[in-house]
Design a protein around this ligand. Structure first.
Ligand code: APR
Length: 251
């Protein structure tokens, strides 16, 4: 079968599974924002380029050189401020409209582009670039995407703020992660979009859904660590495959 015909047949199978579903969960990763111009992590032009993960994305790195970490995160914030959600984000908004409360979007992304596109029930399991957390009183503040300088201060207690991001070696926020696991447990269909599925516990959403009988649909440029669990594969840019899927579902 040619790639186009294979995609067409997989789109039909995916639409069929979604037609029967009452509860749908989605796990997204950096790939869903790639067509907006946000670099993915594990591509050669990825975000860590020029920086070792240990320096900019661990609590140890922050303790050692908070100024460098803030420079890095201010750079990421400024990049996200320049971009817009893409048709993949918008297709997921449309999908939520179809299922209402039966829809949960679990994202590993910290760019906030799902909410900017209009998604409502979004669980940010790795935090957000748009928020800070006080290292003294733990107060969380919405700070948008402007440059915060390299020593942002908590407006509640005057303490030093850090990005509200889950770094390597840190636990996921308990309530949000529990809600994500619950959504995986309850869904009839799990869409896995633009993630290499190598970072845990995030990727364990996939076996949880699978073990509970969900149909797993992978949307990615290529096969990944999640592919062995996928019942259906939509291979291509998610900014193209997701709108095609929504069109099929409407048809
Ligand atoms: N459409 C669909 N998939 C795409 C696209 C696209 N246009 N572009 C890239 N991809 C896919 C890649 O093939 C890859 O599988 O997106 C995936 C991106 O993988 P990663 O860079 O590993 O990103 P992600 O899976 O989100 O990383 C998980 O790792 O570094 C940590 O905390 C960080 O949340 C992040 C986590």
């Amino acid at each position: 079968m040619t790639a186009d015909r294979e995609l067409e047949s997989e789109l039909a199978r995916a639409a069929e599974a979604l037609k029967w579903a009452t509860r749908v969960a989605v796990l997204t990763g950096a790939g869903v924002s790639a067509e907006s111009g946000v670099p993915t992590f594990r591509a050669s032009d990825g975000l860590w380029e020029g920086h070792r993960i240990e320096e900019v994305a661990t609590p140890m790195g922050f303790a050692k050189n908070p100024e460098l970490v803030w420079q890095f995160y201010n750079g990421r914030r400024e990049n996200v401020a320049k971009v817009q959600p893409n048709p993949g984000h918008r297709a997921l908004v449309e999908l939520e409209g179809r299922y209402g409360d039966g829809f949960t979007l679990v994202t590993q992304n910290v760019d906030g582009l799902h909410q900017q596109a209009g998604s409502r029930n979004v669980l940010e399991i790795h935090g957000s670039l748009r928020r800070t957390r006080c290292t003294s009183c733990s107060a969380i503040e919405e700070r948008g995407l402007k440059n915060l300088g390299d020593r942002p201060i908590c407006s509640a207690c005057g303490g030093f703020q850090r990005p509200d991001i889950v770094w390597f070696h840190e636990a996921l926020p308990v309530d949000i992660w529990e809600a994500a696991q619950m959504a995986a447990h309850e869904c009839n269909v799990l869409l896995v979009v633009g993630t290499s599925a190598v970072v845990y516990p995030a990727a364990s959403v996939i076996p949880i859904a699978k073990a509970n009988g969900a149909t797993v649909i992978e949307c990615n440029l290529t096969r990944t660590d999640a592919s062995h669990a996928a019942d259906i594969g939509l291979y291509g840019p998610s900014g193209e495959t997701l709108p095609k899927l929504l069109a099929k579902l409407a048809g």
